[in-house]
Design a protein around this ligand. Structure first.
Ligand code: ATP
Length: 356
């Protein structure tokens, strides 16, 4: 039985539909990340699960029970917001106790849960402080603590790291990952940051314009993207896409011809317009006399430390290569490159769908 199930879930505001019939099954204990660009409907979807937005159409279940008409407090979920939403006039302890009020527990049980949660999150020494006397990372931990004391079946996170600086973001990201391993609670987590999604998720749900584009493990969506949207959204710098046509069993692009890798045999038709996809790390520098070497010009070199990014022009095509920084060519250098055939992707040019 799924912990959370969405069946053809739709959200409309008046006549305007923004979530278009999403299907999604989340297993008990799974860490699922909703990932997508701004405005794609991830927060709205999360808020429907929380009960903060009505479901316009379709069925939403939590723990096997349809909850479309169940009040937020009775859904067994706890949400951690982007802005923490702590009460400024209350201490850390009072903020956590307040979250337990609707449960009407005995005072001893309230105290036990607050102390246990504070211990797990390392908040023991901060219980008497007010939020104004805490750092951003500590506030974020209190916000998590407030969700945890209720021992919910499901945690919902809405961009919980977006108000933290880069260093703290990495640290709290680790903490959230460790917490999930320790507690094993089902988590649904919204972000537009692919690093958060790739590092935390068991399963990533990639959304665009109110639709689900692909659901899969981080490795699935990186190595087997379903379409060009996912291929270019996941991975930084983005996958290079070069238009080509299948001619005489070869991939004929404007400036070069590549053999069609065997795995695509039977999946493409003669004359079909395609997009060849290569990750920047699969574009490598090579000697001019190597078979398959393509002449390229380096427009710009960007030094990153271990690696460098080369903004290349190969004939009419622009592409990015990620190469070891040692011995990197300079701006305007003339070089030769090859593409790693094992890392080559092919998409239908008309639909953007993968041809694998
Ligand atoms: P972000 O990362 O920017 O938060 P998101 O993917 O979470 O984006 P949502 O906040 O779910 O996106 O919004 C999806 C779409 O719904 C947006 O186009 C937004 O303008 C619209 N929207 C959200 N709330 C309302 C509302 N109350 N009335 C009308 N439209 C809304």
């Amino acid at each position: 039985m799924s912990s959370i199930a969405l069946e053809k879930v739709v959200k409309r505001y008046g006549a305007f539909e923004i979530v278009h019939g999403i299907d999604l099954a989340i297993d008990k204990g799974e860490f699922v990340v909703l990932l997508g660009p701004s405005g794609c409907g991830k927060t709205t979807t999360l808020r429907m699960v929380a009960g903060l937005e009505d479901v316009s159409d379709g069925k939403l279940s939590i723990g096997g029970r349809v909850v479309n008409d169940v009040a937020p407090k009775d859904r067994g979920v706890a949400m951690v917001f982007q802005n923490y939403a702590l009460y400024p006039h209350m201490t850390v302890r009072q903020n956590m106790e307040f979250a337990l009020r609707p449960l009407k527990l005995a005072p001893g049980e309230v105290d036990r849960r607050v102390r246990e949660t504070a211990a797990i999150l390392g908040l023991d020494a901060l219980l008497a402080r007010k939020p104004s006397a805490l750092s951003g990372g500590q506030r974020q931990r209190v916000a998590m603590g407030r969700a945890m004391v209720r021992t919910p079946e499901v945690f919902l996170f809405d961009e919980p790291l977006s108000n933290l600086d880069a260093k703290l973001r990495t640290q709290v990201r680790w903490e959230i990952g460790k917490l999930h391993k320790r507690l094993g609670t089902t988590i649904l987590y919204v972000t537009h940051d692919q690093v958060e999604a790739m590092t935390l998720a068991d399963k990533i749900v990639i959304m665009r314009d109110g639709h689900v584009e692909q659901v899969g493990s981080p490795e699935d969506v990186y190595t087997r993207p379903a379409n060009t949207f996912v291929a270019t959204f996941i991975g930084s710098p983005a996958m290079n896409l070069v238009p080509a046509r299948l001619m005489g069993g070869k991939l004929q692009a404007e400036a070069f011809t590549l053999p069609l890798p065997d795995r695509f045999a039977g999946r493409t038709a003669e004359g079909q317009a395609v997009l060849i996809g290569t990750r920047p790390s699969d574009v490598t520098l090579t000697a001019a006399d190597n078979p398959g070497a393509l002449r390229a010009t380096v427009e710009v070199t960007e030094y990153l430390g271990d690696d460098a990014l080369l903004d290349l022009r190969v004939g009419l095509h622009e592409m990015i290569a990620q190469v070891p920084a040692a011995n990197r060519p300079g701006n305007d250098a003339s070089v030769h490159v090859t593409f790693n055939a094992a890392g080559l992707h092919l998409f239908d040019a008309a639909t953007g769908g993968t041809l694998l």
